[in-house]
Design a protein around this ligand. Structure first.
Ligand SMILES: Nc1ncnc2c1ncn2[C@@H]1O[C@H](COP(=O)(O)OP(=O)(O)O)[C@@H](O)[C@H]1O
Ligand SMILES: [Mg+2]
Length: 252
C-alpha cells in the first residue's frame, strides 16, 4: 500500500532567468507533520504552491493524495492531467500568511463557501458543519462576525476552519503566523498542534522553531531552491545537524 500523501520527484521551477526550485525531491507520509524551514527566497512558498498546482512547475513528477501529475516537457496539461489536478485540489487545503478571507462574508459564510459552491452541500447542512468547525478552532461565538471585526489570530483560525471544511487529506500552511502580532500567534499554533495530534497530514512553512520542535516529525531545510537537509526533528535540532543548520538556528 502506498502511504505517501505527497511525493515529489525532480521538481523544477524558474521565473524567467531565476531558477527557484532546482530538482526538489520530497516525500510526506500520511499522518506526518513536516516543517519546512529556510531563509527567505529559498523557494518554500513556490514549492507549496506547486504541490496543488497554484504554480505550474517546469519539470518533475508530483503525486499528491494518490493523484499523479507528470509535468509535460512542452505545452499544456492534457485533459486527463487537468482532471487529476482538480481531484488533487479537492483533497488538499492551503492556509496562507494573509488569510485570504472574503471581506463581505461572515466567518461562517467564509467557512462554508466551498462546501456550497464546490461540493454542492445544502446550505443548512453546510452551516451546521461550519459551526462545528468554528467551534473546533475556538470561534463558535464569531460565526456571524465579518473579518474586519476579527483579530488576525481569529481570521487565521477561520481560514483553518475553511480549509478543514473540505475534509482535506493534507493541509499546506505557508507561514500561517507571520502576519500576526506575537501575542496572537499561540492561538493559531495551538489549533495547528491539535490538528497535528489528530493525525492530520501537514506540510508547514514557518519560522516558529518551537512549533517545529514540538509538532514536527521531520524538518526539511531549503536553501537556494534545493532541499539541503531532510531529517527527523530531533536530528535537526540536535548537535550533529551540521554547520549550516547550526548557523541558521543561532539566528533565531
Ligand atoms: N511570481 C513570481 N515571479 C517572479 N519571481 C518570483 C515569483 N514568485 C517568487 N519569485 C522569486 O522566487 C524566489 C523564491 O521565492 P519564494 O518561493 O517565495 O521563497 P520563500 O517562500 O522561501 O521566501 C524569490 O527570489 C522570489 O522573489
Ligand atoms: Mg514564502
Amino acid at each position: 500500500m502506498n502511504t505517501s500523501s505527497v511525493r515529489v520527484r525532480g521538481l523544477k521551477k524558474s521565473f524567467g532567468d531565476l531558477a527557484v526550485l532546482k530538482d526538489v525531491d520530497l516525500e510526506v507520509q500520511a499522518g506526518q507533520v513536516v516543517v519546512i524551514l529556510g531563509p527567505s527566497g529559498s523557494g518554500k512558498t513556490t514549492l507549496l504552491r506547486s504541490l496543488n498546482l497554484l504554480e505550474t512547475p517546469d519539470a518533475g513528477t508530483l503525486e499528491v493524495c494518490g493523484h499523479r501529475i507528470d509535468i509535460p516537457s512542452h505545452g499544456r496539461f492534457d485533459r486527463a492531467t487537468r482532471k487529476q489536478v482538480a481531484l488533487l485540489r479537492q483533497k488538499t487545503a492551503m492556509v496562507f500568511q494573509s488569510f485570504n478571507l472574503f471581506p463581505h462574508m461572515t466567518a461562517l459564510e467564509n467557512v462554508i463557501e466551498g462546501l456550497i459552491s464546490v461540493k454542492k452541500v445544502p446550505r443548512a447542512q453546510a452551516a451546521e458543519r461550519g459551526r462545528q468547525l468554528l467551534a473546533q478552532v475556538g470561534l463558535a461565538e464569531k460565526a456571524d462576525s465579518y473579518p474586519a471585526k476579527l483579530s488576525g489570530g481569529q481570521k487565521q483560525r477561520v481560514a483553518v476552519a475553511r480549509g478543514l471544511s473540505m475534509d482535506p487529506e493534507v493541509i499546506f500552511f505557508d507561514e500561517p503566523t507571520s502576519a500576526l502580532d506575537p501575542e496572537l500567534r499561540d492561538e493559531v499554533l495551538s489549533v495547528m498542534r491539535e490538528l497535528a495530534n489528530s493525525g492530520m497530514t501537514m506540510l508547514v512553512v514557518t519560522h516558529e522553531l518551537r512549533f517545529a520542535r514540538e509538532a514536527a516529525d521531520r524538518v526539511v531545510f531549503m536553501e537556494n531552491g534545493r532541499v539541503v537537509k531532510d531529517c527527523p526533528t530531533e536530528v535537526f535540532f540536535g548537535a550533529d545537524s551540521g554547520e549550516r543548520i547550526q548557523q541558521f538556528l543561532r539566528r533565531y
